[in-house]
Write a protein that binds this ligand. Structure first.
Ligand code: 2RA
Length: 329
């Protein structure tokens, strides 16, 4: 399989290459793609070095699959160009996620909707993926009425510039700022830009993408997305109101049976998910499962996942694996 990784020098791009190797993805030819300033750089994959090429060159090479993590503008402009030469694009940016003709895929939930005609496929936002993977089986059984979610998002979601800002602040040196304020010993209620309704784009992604993936616009969602100085992954405090009642044992049983979800839930021995332990793993970890005693049919839980892996690179590659397995490319 001729595979292009677009954004190969970025944080997600680097994890994509790592996951492709780990999962022994059938790469017969690799095309590493980045912006003009990175063209010519050498990237190690397996036992070989690959030279970074431009987007123009990559399109001309007609890869069968292109895994994108290069920002929305690049996806908007270049995904159609790759698709026009027969490439199937799986895009990590938000550019295509809400497009009516583009599927938004978490393989464990809705990969079965994919067909050969899907040439641009959207990977959901990291904080959406980890939440809907847990909520999908619960929605199927109890029908979700409303979700209230607060996220605690790793600086790795912003990228290398944010990681460098934190390193500088911890070292007491000034440098380029990824955020409007210091992030060291701080929490910023500001992920991505603000929309007219007072929410950030990151918060509205959780609303809009959840409704699209669960194929139900009646699900009410409200979100607060917070940036915190951690590196291992995104954490989420989620409150879910169902149409019907549930038992905690049944919820735990359902989640235990859900592929890609691992329960870490025993407060007797201080067992609950934490980003430092989710770091580098592909599973989504759930704990602090407890009934919301303030209203009926409602549950609280804590959900943690590595935002660069299941939240981005691994989910993207799992979509590609599904396409190959089902002869859709
Ligand atoms: C963030 N989910 O964490 C966004 C983009 N990766 O900033």
């Amino acid at each position: 399989m001729k595979v292009a990784v677009v954004g190969a020098t970025g944080m997600v791009g680097e994890v994509m290459l790592k996951v492709l190797e780990e999962r022994q993805f059938p790469v017969t030819e690799l095309i590493t793609v980045a912006s003009e300033k990175s063209v010519g750089k050498s990237i190690r994959f397996g036992d070989k070095n690959y030279q970074v090429v431009s987007l123009e060159t990559a399109v001309s090479l007609k890869p069968e699959i292109a895994l994108f993590s290069a920002g929305g503008d690049t996806s908007l402009n270049w995904a159609p160009k790759f698709a026009a030469v027969g490439t199937t694009v799986i895009d990590n940016s938000s550019a295509w996620r809400m497009d009516a003709n583009t599927k938004l895929i978490v393989p464990e939930i809705n990969a079965s909707s994919l067909t050969k005609t899907d040439k641009i496929i959207a990977n959901p936002n990291c904080s959406t993926i980890q939440m809907v993977l847990v909520l999908a089986p619960l929605h199927k059984k109890y029908k979700i009425k409303r979700i209230v979610v607060s996220t605690y998002q790793s600086i790795t979601g912003t990228g290398l510039k944010a990681v460098k800002q934190l390193e500088n602040e911890m070292a007491g040196i000034s440098g380029e700022m990824a955020y409007p304020y210091p992030i060291h010993q701080n929490a910023l209620p500001h992920c991505d830009v603000f929309e007219d309704n007072g929410y950030t784009k990151e918060e509205m992604k959780l609303v809009r993408e959840t409704q699209k993936i669960l194929n139900n616009k009646t699900i009410a969602v409200t979100a607060t997305a917070v940036r915190i100085p951690t590196a291992g992954g995104h954490s989420e405090a989620v409150n879910i109101e169902f149409e019907t009642d549930f038992t905690l044992s049944d919820v735990r049983k359902l989640l235990n049976e859900t592929e890609g979800v691992i329960l870490q839930d025993n407060t007797d021995v201080n067992t609950y998910p934490m980003p430092i332990y989710a770091n580098g793993k592909d599973d989504v970890f759930v704990g602090r499962i407890r009934r919301d005693e303030s209203q009926p049919n409602t549950i609280n839980m804590w959900i943690v996942a590595d935002n660069l892996r299941k939240g981005a690179a691994t989910n993207t590659i799992q979509i590609a694996e599904y396409l190959i397995k089902n002869d859709l490319i």
